[in-house]
Design a protein. Structure first.
Length: 122
């Protein structure tokens, strides 16, 4: 087992990817090469940056990868806003609440881990 596989934030990122793919599958086919592709790539990038930054890196370098993970997460949030504005899914759809709740938890854990890692780098 690799170090990153044991990280709670990595497991949360995988759960968030699952939700994001569920969201993407509900988008119209016209968005296959636009929003669908963009939101799933951004969500996947969160987990990939956590993994890449966790092994054999200095704390400063790991902090840099966590910063990229946070940016990718925020990209998913922006995609969700566009999806909502375009009216592709109803506001009442349960996936929005799950994405919001899981996303907030993931964002908090990413920020906390980044803060801890960067503090240790000093």
């Amino acid at each position: 087992m690799y170090k990153f596989e044991k990280l709670e934030v990595y497991q949360l990122a995988l759960d968030y990817i699952d939700l994001t793919y569920e969201l993407a599958e509900r988008l119209p086919r016209s968005e296959d090469y636009n929003l669908k592709s963009q939101v799933t790539r951004a969500a996947t990038s969160v987990a990939l940056n956590i993994a890449e930054g966790s092994t054999g890196q200095s704390n400063a370098e790991q902090g840099r990868f966590l910063s990229m993970a946070i940016r990718s997460f925020l990209e998913t949030v922006a995609c969700q806003h566009i999806i909502q504005r375009r009216g592709y899914l109803k506001q009442e759809d349960a996936i929005w609440k799950r994405l919001e709740d899981d996303g907030q938890m993931l964002a908090r854990k990413l920020q906390a881990m980044r803060k801890t890692v960067l503090k240790e780098a000093q």
